[in-house]
Design a protein around this ligand. Structure first.
Ligand code: FE
Ligand code: FE
Length: 168
């Protein structure tokens, strides 16, 4: 099925489709993070991934709240973008032999995931506001801010510790 099938006519349909896309993506991220936790060796990185797994579970339940506000059953639609990002992450992680270089690779992969989420939540929050669903926009915006904070934390950890060790 094409990403924009014939069933998407109105802005509301597009909003719902994209909500289903990120719902699928968040659920895939919940499944992928334990592997990243296991592969990481830097303590701060492992702790950061663990914390973000908890946050990601909250993101799933926030999306379920949004579905509820819309009077819809939570449902995911396949998202080839997140599947590709996660697949690439596990492939690169499998190819890196040095533990410290692996940590750098894992941060890079995690930031690709965060950037995808930031793009999606930014769009969804803007569409929700446009559709005069400020109730949904508020919830989506909360998650957007958490994704941004995670991304910034990963940048700091990479620049201060992980990349330095990986390059030495
Ligand atoms: Fe998330
Ligand atoms: Fe995230």
């Amino acid at each position: 099925m094409g990403i924009f099938g014939k069933d998407i006519k109105r802005m509301e349909d597009l909003f719902l489709h994209t909500l289903q896309d990120i719902y699928y993506a968040e659920n895939q991220i919940v499944k992928a993070l334990p592997d990243m936790i296991e592969k990481s060796t830097n303590r701060d990185l492992t702790a950061g991934f663990k914390k973000h797994l908890e946050e990601t579970e909250t993101h799933v339940s926030r999306l379920e709240q949004v579905f509820k506000l819309l009077g819809r059953q939570p449902k995911g639609v396949e998202c080839p973008a997140i599947d590709g990002i996660i697949k690439e992450a596990s492939e690169i992680a499998g190819d890196v032999a040095d533990k410290e270089v692996l940590d750098a690779a894992l941060i890079g992969a995690a930031q690709a995931v965060e950037h995808y989420e930031i793009a999606r939540y930014g769009t969804l929050a803007a569409w929700a506001r446009q559709l005069e669903r400020d109730d949904c926009a508020t919830i989506l915006h909360r998650t957007l801010e958490e994704e941004k904070a995670t991304d910034e934390k990963l940048s700091r950890l990479a620049e201060r510790k992980i990349n330095v060790k990986a390059a030495s």
